[in-house]
Design a protein around this ligand. Structure first.
Ligand SMILES: Cc1cc2nc3c(=O)[nH]c(=O)nc-3n(C[C@H](O)[C@H](O)[C@H](O)COP(=O)(O)OP(=O)(O)OC[C@H]3O[C@@H](n4cnc5c(N)ncnc54)[C@H](O)[C@@H]3O)c2cc1C
Length: 666
């Protein structure tokens, strides 16, 4: 960074920082060695000139954009492949930001993403060991995706219509799309990129439907890349974001695949058509839970990008006057601006920290499952559902807030905030839609509530229910512990009310399903409250644990962020606090005062904190957020790249405007 001219405001901000930014970078990366490795990969990839766009992506046509994304993705993967042949990859890739290198190459979503995040993990988790051996060997030739959603059904898996009918004479499955609504719709990379696909289809044997099962299907010829006969495949068109993800549709016309292409780790179909049911149907949850768990750290990273852009911009931008006659202050000095932005810094840390805790829990549960112990799977599933829902929704709100905080310039595509928003808001829907996820967790909460009333022991993450269901209002204590307990009391109270509503509807003669639907707004609220209680508790506990391993300077900043997170949400949810704890109006004022003190404490470290995310300019891709703060110069440089600026008069003037003006003269 020595040779570049850095904006004076940013220089001053960096001098104010009270902690060692390098230490924070190492903490986020999971150790100094990981930081070194990440930086080395970033330099190796991002210094490759072929990966730079001469014309910014947004000026390309839809087709050119896709082709450019494929070109860059191929260079990227061959570079990564060469490197992995030279040295062994990092043992724990989740802990480091290494895996985020793709966003520095393809600003939006790679058309190969699904191959890595869904196709390969599904083979690993759902194919038998023989299938894995065969397919993973062929994997370098395969480009895969995961096709579950259909035009007519996403959430309701049992409603999927694609059929896989077993023909014992040829030992094949006949894959068929019987209706328009049975067409697969959405899978990333499906349209023009993938040559293979895991599809979910209804398994029919001898006239009996055995439900949804996964199948490996080749959809394109390995040489010509033409769609295989019997396959209809294409692209679904532009979306809010994900412009380069190559989301596709797929239909089958009695397409035959070998029997051995059903993924048979769990259920099996024998040669004669005998169906062998999975020992435990929960085993198939594996990949879904895995992806939901990883979404927490994914949105934490995207949010760290958004808030880096917004905080650096707020340090460089001067607007209005605090006092008449005085110079215009940095907008970061407005307390409302700090209120808008600092929660995003804290939230990114919260989601990364809790995400890593959940990741470790997931690994523990998977290890136990390997030994035949499934006991913790329902709890993990319930946790992953509500945390995925709340984190994706909160991150979306935070990214949008960062964009608002940049005023008009935040609306520029060159700020990169609109693209980040497009990426983050998609996580609210895919891999389990928001409301549906909260309702899944609600089922677990209802069960836990019943267990409490029966005096049975509860699993650790809901054990607070037993404690707080007894008290209608708990004593208010203005400490992190007190706030966490209040969130637990809120969750317990909302769970109780949702359950009472459910049971009342049932007692009045409604069927369970109707009663569930009638109580569902309250059930969703209970589930959201449970997620907040878990987030607050785990973020605080994990911060305490991490703080003991870092310098005092860094520890105090980390604790300020965790405290800010708790205070922010206690204030946001003050209505709930008033309902379920003995908090008074005076206590709320004290909470507000401390929250404002925290904003002031964090203010001098704001730029240092976003520098601590250590996101290279090539990955940020933002005119507003680059390390050097050359905001206005970059905005103008990017504007000059608009093809409309390449000629002084556009042809549309002669074609349309001039004749119109001529008519106006008459
Ligand atoms: C960017 C993006 C990428 C995607 N990538 C893939 C992919 O690679 N592969 C793939 O297979 N799919 C993919 N999907 C599809 C995605 O998984 C589905 O969109 C998602 O599961 C939601 O299903 P749906 O669209 O049918 O919505 P719906 O289920 O129709 O939901 C619509 C509304 O109905 C409500 N609703 C539905 N059921 C219930 C219920 N039981 N109770 C209360 N409310 C309910 C929902 O809350 C929502 O408000 C992708 C989607 C997006 C947006």
């Amino acid at each position: 960074m020595k040779d570049i001219k850095v904006n004076q405001d940013l220089i001053r901000e960096r001098k104010k920082c009270s902690f060692n930014v390098e230490e924070l970078i190492h903490l986020i990366d999971g150790g100094e060695q990981n930081t070194l490795e990440r930086k080395e990969i970033e330099e190796y990839i991002l210094s490759n000139k072929d990966l730079r766009d001469v014309v910014p992506e947004e000026y390309l046509s839809h087709k050119e954009r896709y082709e450019n994304a494929v070109r860059k993705a191929c260079i990227l993967y061959s570079l990564l492949l060469r490197r992995s042949m030279e040295r062994s990859p990092s043992p724990d890739f989740r802990i480091s930001n290494n895996y985020k290198i793709t966003t520095g190459v393809i600003k939006d979503i790679s058309p190969f993403l699904l191959h890595f995040v869904m196709f390969l993990p599904t083979i690993v988790s759902q194919a038998s060991s023989e299938q894995q051996l065969e397919w993973l060997q062929k994997a370098p030739q395969m480009i895969g995706t995961y096709a579950q959603t259909e035009l007519g059904h996403g959430t309701f898996l049992r409603g999927l219509e694609t059929t896989a009918t077993y023909d014992p004479d040829t030992e094949e499955f006949i894959i068929h799309s019987p209706t328009l609504t049975s067409y697969k719709w959405w899978p990333g990379g499906l349209a023009q990129t993938a040559n293979h696909c895991i599809i979910m289809a209804q398994l029919h044997i001898k006239g009996k439907n055995h439900g949804i099962h996964p199948f490996l299907v080749q959809i394109r010829d390995m040489e010509t890349h033409m769609p295989m006969p019997g396959i209809k495949v294409g692209e679904i068109g532009p979306k809010l974001g994900f412009q380069t993800a190559n989301n596709g549709f797929l239909g089958f016309d009695n397409y035959r695949i070998p029997r051995t292409n059903m993924l048979m780790k769990n259920s099996q179909v024998l040669k004669d058509g005998t169906y062998v049911k999975a020992k435990n149907n929960k085993l198939t949850y594996g990949t879904m839970v895995y992806i939901r768990v990883t979404i927490l750290t994914d949105v934490a990273y995207e949010l760290s990008k958004a808030v880096t852009i917004a905080v650096r911009y707020a340090a460089v931008r001067h607007q209005s006057q605090l006092k008449p006659g005085e110079p215009e202050p940095q907008i970061l000095d407005y307390v409302t601006q700090q209120h808008k932005l600092f929660i995003s810094i804290a939230t990114s840390h919260a989601f990364r920290t809790v995400g890593l805790w959940l990741w470790n829990t997931y690994n523990q549960v998977v290890a136990d499952m390997g030994k035949g112990n499934m006991d913790q799977l329902p709890e993990l599933h319930a946790l992953a559902c509500c945390l995925k829902a709340v984190c994706s929704r909160d991150a979306t709100a935070c990214v949008e807030q960062c964009r608002f905080a940049c005023g008009g310039h935040g609306y520029m595509v060159s700020s990169n905030l609109p693209t980040i928003y497009g990426i983050v808001t998609a996580t609210v829907t895919y891999e389990g839609e928001y409301t549906v996820m909260l309702l899944q967790t609600a089922r677990y909460l209802v069960k836990a509530y019943k267990q409490t009333t029966e005096g049975k022991l509860l699993t650790p993450t809901v054990s607070y229910l037993a404690k707080f269901l007894k008290n209608s209002k708990i004593t208010w204590e203005n400490t992190p512990k007190g706030i966490i307990e209040s969130f637990q009391a809120v969750a317990a109270g909302k769970t109780k009310e949702a359950c009472e509503s459910l049971f009342q509807h049932m007692n009045s003669g409604k069927a369970y399903e109707d009663a569930w639907n009638l109580a569902s707004v309250q059930l969703v609220n209970a589930s959201e409250a449970h997620a907040r209680a878990v987030l607050c508790e785990m973020f605080w506990k994990e911060t305490q644990r991490l703080s003991s391993s870092v310098s005092n300077d860094l520890a105090s900043v980390l604790e300020q962020l965790a405290e800010l997170y708790l205070k922010y949400w206690a204030l946001e949810k003050r209505g709930d606090m008033l309902m379920y704890s003995a908090i008074s109006k005076k206590d709320v004022a004290t909470l507000q005062k401390r929250y404002e003190e925290l904003l002031a404490l964090i203010r001098p470290n704001a730029v240092g904190l976003v520098d601590g995310f250590d996101i290279r300019d090539e990955i940020l891709c933002s005119t507003l957020g680059a390390y050097d703060g050359r905001v206005y110069e970059r905005l103008m440089e990017q504007a000059m790249k608009s093809p409309l600026n390449s000629e002084p008069v556009n042809q549309s003037f002669h074609k349309y405007i001039k004749p119109l003006l001529a008519k106006a003269k008459i």
